[in-house]
Design a protein around this ligand. Sequence first.
Ligand SMILES: CC(C)(COP(=O)(O)OP(=O)(O)OC[C@H]1O[C@@H](n2cnc3c(N)ncnc32)[C@H](O)[C@@H]1OP(=O)(O)O)[C@@H](O)C(=O)NCCC(=O)NCCS
Length: 152
Amino acid sequence: MDDIRQLTAAIFSKYQNDPVPIDRWLRKVDGNILYIKDKGVLMYHDRELKNDNGKKSTHIWLCGVVSQYRLQGVARAMLRSMLRNKCQPLVSAHVNRKKFPEMVACLEQLGFKTVPLVLDRSADGKHLEKALERFEIDTEVLRTRLANLMKK
Ligand SMILES: CC(C)(COP(=O)(O)OP(=O)(O)OC[C@H]1O[C@@H](n2cnc3c(N)ncnc32)[C@H](O)[C@@H]1OP(=O)(O)O)[C@@H](O)C(=O)NCCC(=O)NCCS
């Protein structure tokens, strides 16, 4: 667990005024954490939005790679590992484009599309953030895309 704490602090401290709320994040994702030691971390959980017509997604809660290891396929490798586990029909992420432009570039490059996001106030409570955009992709499409990138 220390590895994960160190990684999240190294990657996300610069985006936060307060210390990284790692305990809250860990509760949120209930053990769905993948990491590559000293390089990157991915936390995800199953999620269903009220306005999603029952389409469930495996939701990327957080993905981060230490700056010196970026653009070397670390995020891709972690997503590939995630898809080896049981996943929902969609993969989604809610991202603030201004705050996390690299994540937007990464998701768009991998084929995610933006769709309207209406957050469920009761589920998302006080952490509701107006600037979030929803990115999603069919899980099988992402799996194929990542597999094809491996072959290159
Ligand atoms: C976003 C982030 C996780 C991407 O990690 P990464 O390991 O560099 O991504 P990868 O090397 O696996 O790249 C995956 C694809 O996205 C593309 N990509 C990633 N970052 C990109 C960028 N900044 N600009 C353009 N394309 C980018 C890569 O070219 C690659 O495309 P390809 O599959 O066609 O080769 C990393 O930049 C990061 O941690 N940023 C800061 C934290 C953050 O924004 N987290 C998101 C909030 S949850």
